[in-house]
Design a protein around this ligand. Sequence first.
Ligand SMILES: Nc1ncnc2c1ncn2[C@@H]1O[C@H](COP(=O)(O)OP(=O)(O)O)[C@@H](O)[C@H]1O
Ligand SMILES: [Mg+2]
Length: 364
Amino acid sequence: MKILFIGSRLYDDIDYYVRQKGIDSILTESNEEAINLDLPDQVFIVPRGMDGPKQIAVTQNVDAIVPLIGIDPPLIQVAQMKEELEKDYGIPVIAANVRAVELTSNKINTKKFYADIGVATPEYQILNSPDDLTLGFPVVLKQGEGQGGKDIKIAHNLEDVNDYFEEYSYALCEKFIEGSEISIEVLGYNGEYVALSPIYKGETTLEGTHPLNKVKLGPSLIDGLDNNLIQHVAYDVARNLDSDGIFEMDFMYSHKEDQLYAIEVNTRPNGTRYLTSATCGINSLCELINMACGDFSLKNIFDKLEYYYSTEIPIGNYHGPEVNEPKKSFDNNDFVVHGPEGYQRITIRAKSKKELENLINELI
Ligand SMILES: Nc1ncnc2c1ncn2[C@@H]1O[C@H](COP(=O)(O)OP(=O)(O)O)[C@@H](O)[C@H]1O
Ligand SMILES: [Mg+2]
């Protein structure tokens, strides 16, 4: 089995798994200074874009392509490549298709999609000027594209909205939801979908603190909110996207209204994966490889499912005990450290809440 991976930044997460499965690995990367270039069997430095990877996939006769791209902008090119290579060469590309990327990479398209399939999302309007505003404060102002809280502002009054329009020519304006943030990863391949454990990412704040900077818990255990409901809605969204790979979805739960709202979908590897993997034993990046090898099935997922309590804590720089090999996996670890220096996070798991508390105290 020969797989072409695109992008080296996440490759150290799966290197052990590629070796374990005896896969011949080829990797393309556009930055010759990038990390992890020493890990795959073969590396090709190519210009940005998908022309290089496409050419290498064909000339090297690979069996499948697994893009490891954790940012939004290239996803549409990857999707176009998927359609071309699958149709013309029969090489599967384990990624979202064009329709799914178009619906999810723009938050305005996503809102319309939710409405079409009957999934609740916070009330919103598109503002072309501050005068268009009819929703009551506070509201959340966003751009169609962006991740990690980029270009997002919580407006408490008209002055805030005016300030936002100093910088932007329009806004997706959403009702501010007071409540809990939840993420969930759904895996999909060949029309089969499975929703993994819902993850709790903290309460929304009027300052708009992004979940990246909060302590998170898996599984989500929110009073009054059934995890089956979250999984069911997530499954429904993924089924309607009708595509392959990873779907990470953000939801909010308003305690006051007892309502679950869908916020956004990311069709790519994402930061929730460590907590998902800690909590239920399924590593979404490894499953992309299983999809490529024909080893992904609901039965295989259900056979592997585990149940742990886990947490993820931003720690800056880790100074605790050594992590076992493979370092980015829970196979031989009950904690994993990840993220760039200065912004590291630790994900810890245990069989009970009490054990988890003890472990947290030991490690940080
Ligand atoms: N309607 C909302 N109500 C309350 N907080 C929100 C709302 N929309 C976004 N936020 C806050 O902003 C963060 C980022 O918003 P999101 O739409 O997920 O964009 P991004 O792609 O940048 O993650 C959310 O995780 C949440 O903390
Ligand atoms: Mg988000």
